[in-house]
Design a protein around this ligand. Structure first.
Ligand SMILES: NC(=O)c1ccc[n+]([C@@H]2O[C@H](COP(=O)([O-])OP(=O)(O)OC[C@H]3O[C@@H](n4cnc5c(N)ncnc54)[C@H](OP(=O)(O)O)[C@@H]3O)[C@@H](O)[C@H]2O)c1
Length: 197
């Protein structure tokens, strides 16, 4: 992974290309953090968030973010919202109990994107507004343990995950489909000292 050492150069080259991106799920924990990181790094000349409801942002940094509200049950009618973007980030999701899991990866691969990276984080360490008791307990325990021992196999800070997604977008790859496990997310997300907060 020699390219990882050149992340700053890769970012600068990427910026010059005036690329545009869309984010699905920008209202969720991961999507929010990803949007924050993307705006902070100013990597894209155009950022669109696509969701099922309009979001309100107070900060100046968000003033040029485009928003598209779509009906996810009738996506065929909203294909225009997805067109004209170079990179798409999908942070849609739910709990396994709510939504089930597993089939998505297979279906995504079948879509035959030019390049597709699937991130498989372990427990995401974040402050979540929604009540999820088991996730909350695990997060508290792992959050405390992470101060005294390395538990990178079991969890990932949400800022690291967001940075890994952004870093990965600027790193060239000849792999059409790539699966990044939790340990890979830690490596790619910690490639530089630029922190989101
Ligand atoms: N949290 C973890 O520890 C963890 C660990 C490993 C993997 N993951 C996976 O990572 C992904 C993101 O997790 P997260 O914790 O960031 O999720 P999250 O906070 O629950 O956010 C989910 C996002 O998906 C949107 N969404 C959910 N159902 C939708 C639907 N039917 N139609 C349209 N939009 C919908 C939500 O929009 P609204 O705001 O409109 O509801 C929100 O933007 C999920 O797939 C999750 O399974 C999470």
């Amino acid at each position: 992974m020699a390219e990882l050492e050149n992340i700053q150069n890769l970012r600068e080259n990427f910026k010059k290309q005036n690329k545009s991106c869309f984010i699905l799920g920008a209202s969720g924990a991961t999507g929010k953090e990803l949007l924050k990181e993307i705006l902070k790094q100013q990597l894209f000349s155009n950022v669109t968030i696509i969701g099922r409801r309009k979001l309100t942002f107070e900060e100046v940094a968000y003033q040029n973010v485009n928003q598209q509200v779509v009906d996810f049950e009738k996506l065929d009618e909203y294909s225009a919202a997805f067109q004209g973007h170079d990179v798409g980030f999908c942070c849609l999701g739910t709990t396994k109990a709510k939504g089930g899991a597993g089939e998505a990866e297979v279906k995504i691969e079948e879509l035959n994107f030019e390049r597709c990276t699937i991130f498989k984080p372990a427990l995401i360490l974040c402050d979540r507004e929604e009540s999820r008791p088991l996730e909350w307990c695990a997060r508290k325990i792992l959050g405390c343990l992470s101060h005294v021992m390395s538990i990178t196999a079991l969890s990932v800070p949400i800022s690291t995950l967001a940075r890994a997604m952004v870093n990965n977008a600027v790193i060239p790859s000849d792999k059409k489909v790539e699966l990044l496990e939790n340990k890979d997310i830690h490596v790619i997300g910690n490639q530089d000292e630029t922190k989101t907060s």
